[in-house]
Design a protein. Sequence first.
Length: 594
Amino acid sequence: MSFYTCSPEATGADKDLVRFVEERGPQPLRPDLSAQSFKVLVVDDDEDVHLTTRLALKDLDFSGQQVSFLHAYSSGQAFAMLQAHPDTAVVLLDVVMESEQAGLQLVQRIRDELGLLSLRIILRTGQPGYAPQLDTIARYDINDYKTKGELTREKLFTVLMTALRSYNLLEQLQQLAYRDGLTGLLNRNGLLRDLEHHSCSNCESRGQPLQLALLDIDQFSMLNDTFGAEVGDQLLKTFALRLQQPGCLAAARLGSDHFAVLLSDHADRLLAAPALTAPLLLKGIEYGFSFCTGVATCSPGLSAAELMGYASVALKRAKRQGQGQRVIFTQQLVQDMRHHARLLRDLKQDLDSEGLFLEYQPQIDLRTGKLLGVEALVRWQQRNGQRVPPDQFIGLAEQSGLIIRLGDWVLRQALKDLQSLLQRVPGIRMAVNVSAVQFNQQDFEQKVEHCLLQQGLQGSYLDLEITESVGILGSDAVETKFHKLKDLGITLSIDDFGTGFSSLSYLERLSADRLKIDRSFVAKLDASASGQRIAQMIIGLGQRLNLQVLAEGIETESQLEQLKVMGCHEGQGYLIARPMCLNELEGWIDAWRQ
């Protein structure tokens, strides 16, 4: 199996070139029409007919390519011959052989069972009365009908040349209609046609059910943008060749980096093959090759479109789980999709009718116990009284794009409630979570400024908590947004620090105010030395960069004392206070101050 490589002798600018070693193994599924030998099958129970046909058409060629002859002496032999040679171009078929209708019955089997629609069929008969010419042509899918007596050498040559031209044109049209121009694999139309041909309704009789796997190459867009379309195309061609392994009945390219394989055996054997994910060497850097996969198993009565749909559902789930993931379709996935659809519908309705509400969790100075601020946490209680966990509906809102409306509402409501809190605790700050989707809006800073002006608040009362994954949106754009927000007086916290795309250079350039230690690291303080080291590292980093450090999820006295010893500045968690609605929070503040 080949992969991208650089020539060891390359020097200077040549080192930047990516060379592709010739791929060994199965060749592309696309037929090379310019180099093939055209096959003609002669079907007749009379040996003399075979002999005279060979003599009449001796040394025949078509468009510079050789024409070779195959021979069968019965309809059964002919059917088996076409199964073994599905690329046969023309059949010269006797009507009357084992029976008066043997030739006509073979025509139906060729079209219906073998699906050879491009094959040109020329009927020949010495007894035309057995099959009237006009009725036969109207009823059967044949291309010409001649009596043996009228087929002189010149006429036989003409008929055969016409049939070969027709076959060649049809194959070229099939190529355009059913093949991917870049890789030579089937395209979506071709795959659906093959799926229908293999027939899910017959899969039980095969012993091992057919499986359809859809594959999506991880981070292909990034690689294509980095190295250029030419390298991207070569990668796609290489992957197409890798897919054509034993057990693969059909392979297709459905989109840019979206592939499919129809397998006669368990998908695991092919999809887990090391050859499929062999690393690629690009400009001297080894590129780890991986892909996500969704697999659906054929079952009786399942249409090709349904099978494709099931595999697509599985692929979407795999891509949500991360790189290199594989998901097998089950009915549970459908139930999950329906549940998510209902949740999304209800979430939109409740957002429209302001059916959501906020709870607030206090944040304190760990050294003095002073209340510094509160974090706004969105909650959703459905009309039936059941609460939906935030990790379910927030993720759903992000996937659907509803997170922008939800985030806008949270910001407005939190700042409105802040007015009441400032009367009890002057200078208290309001921390509001911002998703990467929200932050990436072009007018995000203007929205925040407008919300502050509506409530008549200074920016210093607002702390925006932004996950560090925002950094991957592009450093220049992120840096510009950070500076605009800080110009409004807003403080900025990096939420869940250490769980995403940590970068020290980002921290320095973005001028953040605070790091939040993720609750998963705080929970490990009581369990392992590694948890202590991570927390200590984040606190030390914050101190060196003059950032405040806030620990989330403090639940035990031991955790609190360790964080104090380490020099952590601020904290929140169940040990201090659980999230509570505004009225409860006001009562808690009164009790806390006493």
